[in-house]
Design a protein around this ligand. Sequence first.
Ligand code: OSB
Ligand code: MG
Length: 368
Amino acid sequence: MRIERAELFIVRLPMIRSFATSSSRKAEQAHVLVKLYADGLVGWGESPSPIDPYYCEETTETCWHVLKDFLLPLTIGKEWQDSAELARSYARLKRHGFAKAGLEIAAWDLLAHAANQPLHALLGATRRAISSGVSLGIEERVEDLFALIEQYRSEGYRRFKLKIGPGNDVAVIAAVRERFPDLPLMADANSAYTLADLPTLKALDQFGLMMIEQPLAHDDIIDHAVLQAQLETPICLDESIHSVDDARKAIDLGSCRIINIKVSRVGGLGPAKAIHDYCAARDVPVWCGGMHEFGVGRAANLAISGLPGYSIPGDVSGSDKYYAEDIVDPPIRAVAGAITLSDRVGLGYAVDEERVRRIAERYYVSQV
Ligand code: OSB
Ligand code: MG
């Protein structure tokens, strides 16, 4: 396979409800979409980076820059057979997982079309129904949080993740737990605490949380090991894990008992699958994290969620959780808390290309 041409788009979509974490509040997303042409086929990818560098160091602009000025020049015209071989041509490029994922997902879509198979089949999915959870932002009024939980619970969602941060933690979790005693519940701190907050974090142990996600610094695995030794609740790492080596070190140190694998954070589906395989061999459960993906990135998340080690419902909800109108047709839908993988070749959802071209606020096409 040889990429002959590439197009980049920045598409901005308003979110149906603004979403706050301990590190930022968002009412819209602007993601880079990647379209690759190779061997008479096309493939689509998405870099679902937030606009600002408050989740990790990447932004929409850095994705655009790294894709246009480095990833495309390093890959266009090169011959490759699989995503690992393609990735070797940009192995020198450090980090920038979101930028890489945009290219890499599109490469997998090409491979799936070349093999005339759905992407999930190519990745080795063993299950067709993907259990779906929701991630709920910090709300000013706990009544609003209750209403959202009621809504998504009635839609059948199977796991509820609440964003927490200093000043928005024990009392909120206590209130939700009291109101919903049996809810499959977890909390995500997005790296807002330090070991000095041990009493607060230990206080969360009493609520039967499935896990607490990334309580400490985004680049830490040492303090997380100290914390995990003092908590009953399993720690799940998100921000800290970028590679199989990161997963190995965190598991060896006892820094976590669960890993959230985000296709975007780790640089694409190949690295996500490698981390999944490693965690499965070490008996560490994983689940699919999300970054408010549009339909392309969401379809990639869904496809990999069919792998056997993805044993916990992830942050893969229907398109309608965030967007009134997605860029794929049909939109992705959860029914009774599960999304069924599509039988169609490739990502399984067609990009509404007319709309993408119409609303794109920036466009680039590689020179031949
Ligand atoms: O930490 O998982 C996170 C969204 C933006 C930045 C970080 C995170 C999130 C989410 C949303 O939790 C998950 C989703 O896409 O539904
Ligand atoms: Mg997280």
